[in-house]
Design a protein around this ligand. Structure first.
Ligand code: ZN
Length: 673
């Protein structure tokens, strides 16, 4: 059910030096980068105008995501911003410095929980500092509830910010707990339990319905007078002030649509926002997936459900883009051969698709990131998520070339490979092919991996429950890993060296076993689905290959490295795991999914973890990256017609966040019941 993903980007070397400044700033475990919109001037004025309107629609949903992530996020953000804009004290003090970092983290994570690790991060400044700073503000600037004093406001939000146990995890999937009550997100009201949610939505499902809508996707489920009720996200419903703005800009965008199919998709999306009707949402998804001719494209809406422990509620996200024609030629080759790849995979025949439909793949240039794609963004997206729509109409799969380019350029020469790669031969291969094979693996993951395989008749698509998204990501990654060394890849011109795949194999093992640990807070386990998936694959291969020493962890001078002794055998193991993971998915084998994920995907070796974090610290590399957007300015003639859209890259991180909070912040501080 989860198809968008964020493969992480480890460092790579590039040869080209650019004038463009890709690195913006760094704080905590986060690095802020800038991306370039290459070929902007190749677009027509109509296309630029369309993008401009879609960009505006993409920026207006930011508050929705803050509120979805936790019901106090808007109150906290607005308080912090008021202090930031009006602070009269010593900005060199340790408290103020820690305050600025905390605010930057809240912006980056769209709330008080780490955007990737899901845990609440704590302020590095004192309660006294914060209390004094808020009390010295003009009281009208403090986002209080109606008739609330500044004191009682502080009494309410200080524990939310400072108490570690309160709202500790945005999404909590620990086994054996109530994952709804245990999660700090705002998709469910107070007192709603996991059991109640499951009963509520199961009652809506009709087992004979072959085209089910995604129940629960666009609502908050609350308890009112002891009864469960949905508060629907729509015009006139929950989040209406933001949705009205989004609708306005989508309607404007419709005027510049490139063709009737695109216009139809935009209109259906508007209908969905106005009615909240999930049937309309499915109609929109179908119209959107059929629009393959347009140069300009977009994601805008309640899309991915990683933020909900039960995978029902979707966070708001947006991304506007246009086709990168040169790079798209490559993904086209992959999708043209989709059936060949499906037929030749090591998966059992009954779990394969007889006809792999509509794997439309393209490479895109992002023009704006919004909602759950901002500032941290996926580098590949595959939508829509509805299983039956994917089966009947196919899906659109994209990789975002100007984002991967920015990662590459920003990481040039940061010492990462020297620190973590075991041997000169591997290092050389990674320098030579790492960037190429990493992009290829993303393409294979998105265009083939997620699109491959089928459920056996009667298997519920939610059967794997909380393990569903990890298994789905593992399936897509394994499919890509299995094929990267295949002669077919050389034959169709996707790589030109039979050794190149080793760069991806080495990187994958190094990342899954060692370097991704840099992203985990001390004492925590692995939570996020893509990270669990990488850990699962790498640890499984390590264990199964032990007898033949396929791969091993070795220690040199107190540092741990991966050594791969037998790449060919490693591919065989990848194929075995792919077959098993597809079986689990196809049969809906919950017990096997649980066993695999819990045994290989979750646990962290404490000693290795500590070592990796120290090595990262020494290099000064931020484990997580995000982006500031370019600034777009509409140039108009005297009659108010757009005559050009100008793009610039000067805006800083805090500057951009403060501007968005000023200009694109229509929601009240407190939403819903
Ligand atoms: Zn994925």
């Amino acid at each position: 059910m989860f198809f968008s993903c964020a493969k992480e980007q480890p460092a790579r070397l590039t040869v080209q030096e650019e004038q463009f400044d890709y690195n913006v700033e760094q704080f905590a475990d986060l690095g802020v980068l800038r991306y370039q919109v290459t070929d902007w001037d190749s677009l027509s004025l109509q296309q630029k105008s369309l993008i401009y309107c879609l960009n505006e629609a993409a920026l207006y949903g930011r508050d929705i995501l803050f509120d979805q992530n936790n019901r106090y996020n808007l109150a906290i953000r607005r308080t912090l911003e008021a202090v930031y804009a009006n602070y009269k004290g010593d900005t060199a003090s340790a408290d103020y410095q820690a305050f600025a970092v905390y605010l930057k983290r809240v912006w980056f994570s769209n709330g008080i929980h780490h955007h990737y690790g899901e845990e609440k991060f704590l302020p590095g400044f004192s309660k006294e500092f914060f209390t004094n700073a808020v009390k010295s503000l003009d009281s009208t600037l403090v986002p209080r509830r109606e008739n609330q004093s500044v004191d009682t406001f502080l009494d309410e939000i200080i524990p939310v910010m400072f108490q570690p146990e309160l709202y500790a995890k945005k999404v909590n999937q620990d086994s054996g707990i109530d994952v709804i009550a245990g999660s700090a997100n705002n998709y469910y009201g107070e007192g709603v339990t996991q059991k109640e949610v499951e009963l509520f939505y199961n009652a809506m499902k009709n087992p004979n319905d072959s085209t089910p809508v995604p129940f629960g996707l666009n609502s908050r489920l609350i308890k009112k007078d002891g009864k469960l009720v949905e508060e629907i996200y729509k015009t006139g419903g929950l989040y209406s002030p933001a949705i009205e703005k989004i609708v306005y800009w989508l309607e404007e965008a419709g005027k510049y649509a490139e063709n009737p199919q695109q216009k139809k998709a935009i209109e259906l999306l508007v209908d969905f926002y106005k009615t909240g009707d999930l049937k309309k949402y499915d109609e929109y998804s179908i119209a959107w997936v059929k629009d393959t001719e347009s140069v300009v494209d977009f994601v805008n809406g309640f899309t991915e459900s990683y933020g909900d422990a039960l995978g029902l509620k979707a966070s708001w996200e947006a991304l506007v883009n246009f086709k990168d024609l040169q790079a798209t030629a490559k993904t086209k080759v992959i999708s043209e051969n989709a059936q060949w790849f499906e037929d030749h995979s090591p998966v059992a025949p009954q779990f394969k698709k007889e006809n792999v439909k509509g794997v439309s793949a393209k490479t895109i240039t992002a023009t704006i990131l919004g909602g759950d794609c901002y500032p941290a963004t996926p580098i590949g997206i595959n939508l829509p998520n509805s299983n039956w729509i994917r089966k009947e109409y196919g899906s659109k799969s994209v990789t975002i070339s100007n984002i991967t380019e920015a990662y590459d350029k920003a990481a040039a020469g940061n010492g990462f490979l020297d620190e973590f790669v075991c041997c000169p031969a591997e290092k050389e291969i990674m320098e030579k092919f790492g960037s190429q094979t990493d992009n290829l693996h993303t393409d294979l993951h998105e265009c083939l991996g997620h699109a491959s395989g089928q459920l056996l008749p009667g298997v519920n698509s939610d059967a794997l429950n909380i393990y569903g998204s990890t298994i789905e990501e593992a399936r897509a990654d394994l499919f890509g890993l299995y094929y990267i060394p295949d002669p077919k890849i050389l034959e169709i011109g996707l790589l030109n060296n039979p050794e190149a795949y080793k760069a991806e194999y080495y990187k994958y093992m190094m990342n899954g076993l060692i370097t991704q640990l840099s992203r985990i807070e001390p004492g925590k386990q692995i939570e996020e689905a893509h990270m669990r998936n990488r850990s699962l694959i790498a640890h499984w291969v390590l264990e199964r290959g032990q007898a033949n020493k396929v791969a091993e962890l070795v220690k040199k001078d107190g540092k741990t490295y991966v050594v791969i002794n037998d790449y060919e055998k490693m591919r065989t193991l990848i194929g075995e795991l792919l077959a098993e993971v597809q079986r689990i998915k196809s049969e809906g084998d919950f017990a096997a999914a649980k066993q695999l994920v819990e045994q290989y995907g979750v646990k962290v070796d404490l000693e290795l973890h500590k070592e990796v974090r120290e090595r990262y610290d020494k290099l000064g590399i931020a484990p997580y990256k995000g982006f500031v957007n370019p600034v777009y300015e509409a140039v108009k003639d005297k009659q108010g017609n757009i005559i050009d859209i100008r793009i610039s890259y000067k805006e800083g991180y805090a500057e951009q966040m403060m501007r968005y909070s000023e200009d694109y912040s229509p929601l009240p501080t407190y939403n819903g019941k």
